[in-house]
Design a protein around this ligand. Structure first.
Ligand code: R5P
Length: 299
């Protein structure tokens, strides 16, 4: 087995190859003058099982298109098996038809990957684990709670209250609370499907004096979700508020919004190619936990 990654995913690709004790190559990639992507596989892949790593943010459309071209090229070059590793699966939040006639983008993407020739799939913290059924092949999802827990311990967070900002985040909250041995709380979030506005339904009897709070979510996009909860827990007396998430998209003024809400630290995994440089944001490398997960969950 060998690992091949796109340039922006080379950190994770290299990390996985090192942990699995195998070779790592990088896809040759450039952009034609008209904006189309060029992909070339120079690694010797004939008869090999290949693990192909790609980060699908920023520029989701381009990154996904390149990925499809690479999977197809690997198969054409004689790879015996192509397993795609996506630290972040873009287009995963539209996982059903919320309004009549809407496209279900996660289904489109996963079907396209399978059709291009992907034999298996590993993802980190897909928005909803059930969506992986659309791949119609072996697929596994990792919630990297061990990596979050280590970082929180290093930050001196001992027994916080973990908050899931919506029902969808409850699996993450559960996994993290198990690692840290502490309590978690699930808060209900209501999103207006047309305006995108969100509001939280919060318990009135929650007192947080001297309590550290960790808000856990899969994605920080506009920062609206975690900021809302952070403001609320600060008002209730929380001492420190940490946010942990898998994917930091930081759209628009997300960073400012999070700071203004009183968040002390954001812990994010290196699942996207975006790198925010700010003392409030701490990146953690997911490669080691992902490699262990891959070894323990063969496809
Ligand atoms: C939504 O269900 C997701 O789990 C995240 O809570 C959401 O996508 C975060 O987006 P934003 O940062 O824009 O609130």
């Amino acid at each position: 087995m060998i690992v091949i990654s796109f340039p922006s995913a080379a950190d994770v690709g290299e990390g996985i190859a090192k942990e699995l004790g195998t070779r790592h190559y990088v896809v040759t990639h450039k952009v034609f003058p008209d904006g189309e992507s060029y992909v070339r596989i120079e690694a010797p892949v004939k008869g090999e099982e290949v693990m192909l790593v790609q980060k699908t943010y920023p520029c989701q459309d381009k990154r996904l298109m390149e990925l499809l071209i690479a999977v197809d090229a690997l198969k054409a070059k004689g790879a015996s098996k192509v397993v795609v590793v996506l630290p972040y699966l873009a287009y995963a939040r539209q996982d059903r038809e919320f309004l009549e006639g809407e496209g279900v983008s996660v289904r489109t993407v996963l079907r396209a990957l399978r059709t291009a020739g992907a034999d298996g799939l590993y993802v980190v913290d897909v928005h909803k684990a059930e969506s992986l059924k659309f791949f119609e092949g072996p697929a596994r999802n990792l919630i990297a709670a061990g990596t979050w827990a280590n970082a929180l311990s290093q930050e001196g967070i001992r027994s916080p209250l973990i908050i899931a900002p919506d029902v969808g985040a409850s699996r993450r909250a559960k996994a993290l609370s198990k690692k840290l041995g502490c309590e978690y709380l699930i808060i209900k979030k209501v999103r207006d499907r047309v305006t995108g506005e969100i509001r939280h339904e919060l318990p009135s009897d929650l007192h947080l004096a001297s309590t550290d709070v960790v808000v856990v979510d899969d994605i920080i996009s506009t920062g609206g979700t975690v900021s809302n909860v952070a403001k609320y827990v600060k008002e209730r007396g929380a001492r420190r508020v940490f946010v942990v998430a898998s994917h930091g998209l930081f759209v628009g003024n997300a960073k400012r919004r999070i700071k203004e809400a009183g968040v002390d630290r954001v812990i994010i995994l290196n699942t996207t190619a975006l790198k925010i440089v700010d003392p409030i944001v701490r990146y953690e490398d997911v490669s080691a936990e992902l490699s262990r997960f891959i070894s323990n969950n063969p496809l």
